[in-house]
Every structure is written in structure tokens, then in C-alpha cells.
Design a protein around this ligand. Structure first.
Ligand code: ADP
Ligand code: MG
Length: 240
């Protein structure tokens, strides 16, 4: 589904990704952990073309992501992304937040886009909020709208960048439950999170990143119970 081949990313002289390679299979749930500044967000952003690797290649479903030859909108349709800070459009109603891209980018019929959006809102437990503005929602509700918005494009892959980090504790579960529902559905997911219980329950693989490289990867059991690398051990001892 996703092939990452020796990806390097520089911001000016700062090398933030230092040769990342990995393969993510269809239906796999990969959890990325690592200290702040280790390049997790940059890697996710490369996967949906919000950033361009300085060197190396990313292939999605057998096609190279390349800013010169690939239609960025097309890639973004297939690779949905959910951010820590929701990034909803504040001046649009919840339902408009969800239907905007399907209508504008995919040229969906507005009525059908609306019907689909209402179904998605039902799925994330927010059908009654369709006509509300984001400001009137809690953080957990905003994040569930953001997930519904990403799903409205019918993505094949979903990327989550610390989706619960900005939430009050009591709202974390409602968002993780929606994500688990997606896992049940067989969605291919790459999730940056420090929610270890989530990683253990639904993660197929955990990747530990530090200073722009993949230091260690394995099953949740391997990484959490029996980390091999000293840096992984030190990181886990701080967060567990
Ligand atoms: P993480 O998500 O693991 O915390 P990031 O990918 O956000 O790490 O950042 C990795 C490094 O890249 C940090 O040192 C950060 O300051 C730097 N960085 C990220 N985005 C940019 C940017 N647009 N311009 C310059 N430096 C950036
Ligand atoms: Mg980050």
C-alpha cells in the first residue's frame, strides 16, 4: 500500500528525516512513537504530499508520489489526514466542513454529498451537530468531525497525527473509539500517538523514531515488553 524508500527531508540545512524506509501493507495499523522533534509529523506530511522529500521516494499503491507528475488532489483524496488541532474551517457549519472537498474537488452532487456527510456524522455519533459551527463543539466532537471530513473523500489510507494530544482526558476515548471502528473496517492507518493502550489493542506494528531515523520497530508486545534499543528503552521509561 505504501512504500517509503530512503526518504530524506531537509529544512534548510537541518536534516529532519535521515533515510526512512518502510513498507505498510493494506489493512495494516502502524503506530509511530518517538520524542518531540524526531520527525514523525514530517514523515506523515510527506505521505500525503504536504511536504516533499528532499531525497528518496514514496510509492502509494504502486505509483510514485512525485510533485511533478502526480495530481496532488488525487493523492489527497486517497490519503486522508487528521491533525492534532483539528483544522476545521471555523466559518463553515459542520456539514459544510464535510461536504466542501467532495463537492469542490471530487465534483460530487451536493445533495448526495450531504447525504453521505450525514451518514458519516451518524457514524461518529454527531448527526445532531450537522448545522452547528465548530466553535460550539467540544474538542472531542471537533476531532470526530475532522475524522468524518477525511472519510468523506473515501480514502484508502488514513493518517493521524497525535489526534488526541490536544484533548481533555475525558474526550480521548470517544475519538479512539471512532478510530477503532475504522480499524474494524479494515482501514490502512498510520497513527502518531502516545496512547499505548490503543497501540497495544489495535496496532499491528509499532515504529519508534528518534532524530530522523527509525530506531526500532516490531509488534506492540516486542516494543513495549522487550525493547532492544537503549533509546527505545529510555523513551518508554519516560512515557509509560
Ligand atoms: P515530531 O512530529 O516528531 O515532533 P516534526 O516532524 O514536527 O517532529 O519536526 C522535526 C524537526 O523538523 C523539528 O526540529 C522541527 O523544528 C523541524 N521542522 C518541522 N517542520 C519544519 C518547517 N516547516 N520548517 C523548518 N523546520 C521544521
Ligand atoms: Mg509532530
Amino acid at each position: 500500500m505504501i512504500e517509503i524508500k530512503d526518504v530524506h527531508k531537509y529544512f534548510g540545512k537541518l536534516e529532519v528525516l535521515k533515510g526512512i524506509s518502510n513498507t505498510i501493507n493494506k489493512g495494516e495499523v502502524v503506530v509511530i512513537i518517538g520524542p518531540s522533534g524526531s520527525g514523525k509529523s514530517t514523515l506523515l506530511r510527506c505521505l500525503n504530499m504536504l511536504e516533499e522529500p528532499t531525497k528518496g521516494e514514496i510509492w502509494i499503491e504502486g505509483k510514485p508520489l512525485n510533485h511533478k507528475t502526480v495530481d496532488i488532489n488525487k493523492v489527497r483524496q486517497e490519503v486522508g489526514m487528521v491533525f492534532q488541532h483539528f483544522n476545521l474551517f471555523p466559518h463553515k457549519k459542520v456539514i459544510e466542513n464535510i461536504t466542501l472537498a467532495p463537492i469542490k474537488v471530487k465534483k460530487e452532487n451536493p445533495e448526495q454529498a450531504r447525504e453521505k456527510a450525514l451518514k458519516l456524522l451518524e457514524r461518529v455519533g454527531l448527526k445532531d451537530k450537522a448545522e452547528c459551527y465548530p466553535a460550539s463543539l467540544s474538542g472531542g466532537q471537533k476531532q470526530r468531525v475532522a475524522i468524518a471530513r477525511a472519510l468523506a473523500m473515501n480514502p484508502k489510507i488514513m493518517l493521524f497525527d497525535e489526534p488526541t494530544s490536544a484533548l481533555d482526558p475525558e474526550m480521548i476515548k470517544e475519538v479512539l473509539d471512532v478510530m477503532k471502528d475504522l480499524v474494524q473496517d479494515g482501514m490502512t492507518m498510520v497513527v502518531v500517538t502516545h496512547e499505548m493502550a490503543f497501540a497495544r489493542e489495535v496496532g499491528d506494528r509499532v515504529i519508534f523514531m528518534d532524530e530522523g531515523v527509525i530506531v526500532e520497530e516490531g509488534t506492540p508486545d516486542e516494543i513495549f515488553e522487550n525493547p532492544k534499543n537503549q533509546r527505545t528503552k529510555e523513551f518508554l521509561s519516560k512515557i509509560l
